[in-house]
Unconditional design. Sequence first.
Lengths: 170, 77
Amino acid sequence: MRQPFEDRLELSEFTLVEGGTTDNSVEVNSQNWVTIYYLEFEKGEAVALGQGRAANQTDAVGRAYAEFDEDGATDISSGKVRFVKLNRQMNPMRVISQRPLAQLAKGASDESARDPFPVQERGQGGEPVAIGYPYRIGIQMKLNSGTANVDDAEGGTTAELDAIRVEETG
Amino acid sequence: MAKFSADLTKGPTLDTSNPKRSLKDSLGWVVGAGFLFFLVTVAGTYVAPLFGRLTSSLTGGRVNTGGSGGITIDGDF
């Protein structure tokens, strides 16, 4: 039996794609979308990003919050983040959602101030679309200018994404 | 030219010269049943999943789980 339930994805569930100048970091730039984290699934697991239907701040059930720091706890705030469906070769197959970094960084301590995050993908019947094995959900970043190193070891690097998780309950 | 004739006063006769099923006939049944079992196994193992994949590919790899609150799964759940 497949059971959907509301959940909150933490960044610790994602895997960092290393490739930065320091350990536990990945370098991003203003030229390309760089995959910085990915969420992998076991067979029988799937996740639909977002919760609820309302897209306005007051009525939204789901919220998204994310902040990415460089080494030295400097916020990376000038750029965009997007959530993508990745194949097993880590190539993006489609964009699920895209937001400015500054928009995602709102509401660190006040959840009601966080970015509304209703279900990001719906099927033809309006139902949520969950991504599961063998695909992955990737977090990509592109800066407005220059380069930066997203440092996973910095405490400020965090994300909390409301979602609907589907699992095979046996 | 060949000539055919029939004695219409006599009905059909039953050939009782070999009333028992021969070993050859029995082996034929066994082989036939085995082949049928093989076909069903192959169909269940290889052919049926192909239909599932075909259906999945026609829907863009998405499968509606139906009983899971109407959520569509994009993947090999």
